[in-house]
Design a protein around this ligand. Structure first.
Ligand code: SF4
Length: 941
């Protein structure tokens, strides 16, 4: 790929232009032997020959393409750049993509399997062999399966990946309901709001073609899907599209927006409903779209049976329902000006079907009832008919492709109450962050606990309760931590198992980055490079050892090998799912697996490969990505196939099209369409599910007052709202702790304080404040700024990493050394011994570290606060802010886990437990990761 841009350096303008302009990227035909000069040898011109091998970034879910430059003479990775052949990222990355190099070359990385030798948490480790580890873990798993203790096996995932194809194979073939995820501390609130509308839990905004963009977050620079969305938002902005950002904090995105609404956290649903009200009262909505695609008939039948069952009657009722959401009411809730609400509503109406929007974590993850923010935002999208349109917002399933893998096991017939307990029948993901409290209450124990790139001790609220749980061998009998880096959680494992970074593993990715469908292929580039040189390896860890990385493995092969050892003779019925699709009885190799998928279930790929004389697998190894379909719009309108509807019937009342009890779609204006995967097959303004499951007051989009509503906070008594959910654009939770370039940019997380609040607390930038939560306190430095609303204090969750030993257990680029004591039962005090310091290593940069402050770990001091419906942890905290006492020090953290358990019980008491209709644990239609078989959904079966 090349273009004709002019050089930036004025001196270069005097040079003869290159014959084809300046190249932005090495052209694909040169990837096998790319020649460049070694910059370290300048001014001598010393050539370096590289193989360029594509892979996929592992630092966030966006799955951008990377190109790894592998030196041919040393087999070292020279650098990472963007992959121009990747349809989502188009050759561009955020800072975290190229910093993959730091992660791969980190002198402190874990290179071999480790097992603990002392007590759990004591920090004594010795090197183990993969054989030893696998045999021990396989023995634990087999025994639990044979003794029908299936719910004692749990696989807890932090960084997503592999789920398209692999996780389900393991969980279902083992016959367990054991997938636990981090999602309820992350995006479950927004997901629930979207799924109650469309059955699909994520939005896919077509930002590039939008005429107006509304972001409830800080997406452009610091939010979810940072780079692929950001580059398209910028394109739209360059073309004249206006942007509104609703975010309490002045994010990078807000600073570039046309409208910034700095709202009181939790008031956002009121604002969005006020905008809906403007559209309704002024008749600025898309009547045809609403009439065709919203389940208004069901709403009238269920809620207003005595009124005319007409569309006009529905609109009149809508206007009545939302009339109380005046701009003045919403503005008062949010503490902003009402005029801007009306102005933005008019902009949205003007954009019509080219209105794109997004909410992900932010307010939806901060507040009680946050899921209603997503529901209210989607209401706006529905009203202007911008669902799946050019420049609109599609359900993400339209813009994602999940290939079918070879022979998959049937779903397991078991329900694990440690994941979705009866109190949370509508929880949008597993209630993972409550696990320590469940075990404390005696709801179960774990025989084998896997954590996968997951650091709950640090990431989750109430981390001290996690430490108590993980330290107790009667509650967690065996803990294996699969991780590329040290973490606070790994310290409390029995095995620390080194898994590869982005360039050290296979995986398939597909994300809703734009109105298209693509797949991306993550691959272990050193293994690929060595194999291109003619070397052969049975496993990726052997290739890594040959390349000098150590025995760093990849999960695909780990799980295949482990499953064979769990079921060595095939008698448990597991092994057959891990045999080659080409040679039954032979252990599956990763090449077999991906070859089968690329040849059999990616439309267009085999033909595209054949055109170039390649196999489908060779094509993916060469390019790293494949565009399956571009410009995907209005998927819900797709007509059902004539063959499917030949003997189908249409329900005269609901217009649902079905055959033999299986729902196929819905008839709209006489046309049988696919529709949406909801019970009505329409967009559910009214959710009968929510009504039937005991929350009738929230069956339509509404406004739930947050637990941190201004009514609950007494500013005069020193109380404030703590906003702890925002990201820094250059970091990614705990995975970037070993990326020196990223820590050089961002290395502390002061407490943002408006200058008015600074005045009332009599502090200035750099002074200390003590922030008291319900279960403890932390002490941080102040940063005074106008970028935060008065009454709200804010602290980024990306910093405050710590380790318990000087030279082990945490990357020294990013962790403070701390002393952690239990001063009384349940009362924990953490104090920093020293901050970040230079250290000696193979990397001379480690002696050049100039930053000393690694930030403060605030999440430890947060009690669990599960939203009663979505199950999302409500991150925002009501805090009391004081000056520190004479004994207090920067970075101090104190927590009382006895109180945290009481707070847990208080929130649990507000839930409305299952069973729901028909003695169900959960609605059968509602999405769930790796759904068990239907019979597992019933309490009595
Ligand atoms: S947005 Fe950044 S961190 Fe996320 S995948 Fe792309 S390059 Fe990696």
């Amino acid at each position: 790929m090349s273009d004709n841009r002019q050089p930036l350096n004025p001196d270069a303008m005097r040079l003869d232009p290159p014959s084809h302009g300046l190249a932005s990227y090495p052209p694909v035909e040169k990837w096998d032997d790319w020649v460049e000069y070694d910059t370290a040898q300048w001014p001598r011109k010393v050539e370096k020959h590289c193989q360029i091998i594509p892979t996929i970034c592992f630092n966030c879910e966006a799955a951008c393409g990377l190109l790894g430059f592998v030196e041919k003479d040393t087999n070292r990775i020279r650098r990472f750049e963007g992959n121009p052949e990747h349809p989502g990222s188009r050759g561009r990355n955020c800072a975290k993509g190229p910093a993959t190099l730091n992660q791969v070359t980190d002198p402190e990385r874990i290179r071999y399997p480790l097992k603990r030798t002392g007590k759990r948490g004591e920090g004594k480790w010795e090197r183990a062999s993969w054989d030893e580890v696998l045999d021990d873990i396989a023995g634990c798993v087999r025994k639990a399966l044979q003794e029908e203790r299936r719910n004692e096996i749990m696989y807890h995932v932090g960084r997503p990946g592999h789920e398209l194809l692999y996780h389900q194979r393991i969980l279902h073939s083992w016959g367990i309901d054991g997938h636990n995820s981090h999602t309820n501390v992350c995006s479950a609130g927004a997901r629930a709001g979207y799924a109650f509308w469309s059955g699909i839990d994520r939005p896919s905004p077509d930002h590039a073609n939008a005429r107006f963009i509304l972001l409830l977050s800080s997406h452009l620079e610091t939010g979810h899907y940072f780079n692929p969305h950001a580059q398209r938002i910028i394109e739209a902005k360059e073309a004249g599209t206006k942007i509104c950002v609703i975010d309490t904090r002045l994010s990078n995105t807000a600073s570039k927006a046309d409208y910034w609404m700095s709202t009181w956290p939790g008031s956002e649903a009121a604002i969005l409903l006020a905008m809906c009200n403007v559209l309704l009262q002024e008749d600025l909505f898309d009547r045809d779209f609403v009439r065709h695609w919203v389940n208004w008939e069901e709403f009238l039948r269920e809620e207003h049976g005595n009124k005319p069952q007409t569309f006009q009657s529905f609109i009149s009722i809508l206007k009545e329902i939302y009339a109380s959401f005046t701009p003045e009411f919403a503005a008062k809730e949010a503490s902003i000006e009402p005029g801007v609400i009306v102005e933005v509503a008019h902009e949205i109406a003007k954009a019509g079907s080219a209105f794109s929007s997004h909410v992900w974590r932010n307010t939806a993850a901060g507040n009680l009832g946050g899921w209603q923010v997503a529901r209210a935002l989607q209401f706006l999208v529905v009203l202007v008919g911008a669902v799946g349109t050019v420049g609109g917002t599609a359900p993400n399933a339209a813009n994602k492709y999940i290939p079918a893998p070879p022979h998959m096991p049937p779903p397991s017939k078991i329900w694990n109450e440690l994941l979705i307990p009866k109190e949370f029948p509508l929880a949008f993901f597993e209630m993972s962050f409550l696990l320590p409290h469940f075990l404390k209450e005696g709801r179960g124990k774990l025989a084998m606990y896997f954590t996968r790139v997951y650091n709950p001790v640090w990431t989750n609220p109430d981390g001290m309760s996690w430490i108590e749980m993980l330290s107790d061998e009667s509650k967690v009998e065996r803990h294996a931590c699969l991780t590329p880096t040290w973490s606070e959680t790994a310290w409390f494992a029995d095995y620390v198992l080194p898994m590869g970074h982005a360039s050290e593993r296979h995986d398939l990715m597909s994300q809703e980055t734009q109105a298209a469908r693509w797949i991306g292929f993550r691959q272990p580039i050193l293994r690929v490079a060595l194999e291109k040189q003619g070397k052969k390896f049975a496993t990726t860890y052997e290739a890594h050892e040959a390349a000098g990385v150590g025995q760093v493995w990849e999960e695909d092969e780990f799980w295949i090998e482990l499953s064979w050892r769990v079921d060595p003779d095939g008698s448990l019925g597991i092994r057959k799912y891990f045999e080659s699709p080409y040679e039954p009885g032979k252990k599956m190799a990763v090449d077999d697996y991906y070859r089968w998928i690329f040849e059999n279930s990616v439309p267009g790929l085999p033909a595209a490969a054949a055109k170039q004389g390649l196999t489908a697998l060779e094509y993916m190894r060469k390019y790293g990505a494949f565009l399956i379909e571009d410009n995907v719009y209005k998927v819900h309108e797709a007509a059902l196939k004539a063959a499917d509807i030949a003997d189908a019937s249409v329900d005269p009342q609901t217009k649902i099209v079905s055959r033999n009890g299986a729902v196929l779609g819905v008839e709209v204006d006489g046309k049988a369409c696919v529709g949406f995967p909801t019970p009505s097959r329409k967009l559910e303004f009214f959710s009968k599910t929510i009504k039937d499951w005991k929350w009738p007051e929230y069956a339509t989009p509404g406004y739930i007052k947050s637990h941190v509503h201004p009514d609950n906070i007494d500013l005069n008594a020193g109380e404030r709202l703590l906003l702890p959910t925002f990201r820094l654009p250059t970091l990614i939770h705990t995975r970037s702790g070993n990326a020196k370039w990223l820590y050089e940019i961002s290395n502390r997380n002061p407490l943002w304080l408006n200058s008015k609040d600074a005045e009332s607390f009599d502090v200035k930038t750099g002074d200390l404040l003590k922030v008291h939560t319900e279960i403890g306190y932390f002490i941080d430095k102040v940063w005074t700024t106008e970028g935060i609303k008065p009454g709200v204090v804010a602290c980024s969750h990306h910093l405050g990493r710590w380790r318990l030993a000087e030279d082990c257990g945490g990357e020294r680029w990013s962790t403070a050394l701390v002393d952690l004591k239990q001063v009384e039962p349940g009362k924990w005090l953490m104090r920093q011994i020293h901050g970040i310091k230079p250290f000696k290593s193979d990397d001379p940069d480690s002696e050049r570290i100039f930053w000393e402050d690694g930030g403060v770990h605030q999440n430890l001091t947060f009690p669990v606060q599960p939203d009663y419906i979505s199950g999302q942890h409500c991150w925002h905290q009501k805090v009391r802010v004081t000056k520190p006492g004479p004994e207090d020090k920067y970075g101090d953290v104190f927590v009382d886990t006895n109180i945290s358990h009481e707070v847990y019980k208080r929130w649990m008491s507000k839930t409305r437990p299952a069973p729901g209709p028909n003695d169900l644990r959960r609605p059968l239609w509602l999405p769930r990761s790796y759904k068990p078989a239907p019979e597992a959904y019933y309490f009595t079966r």
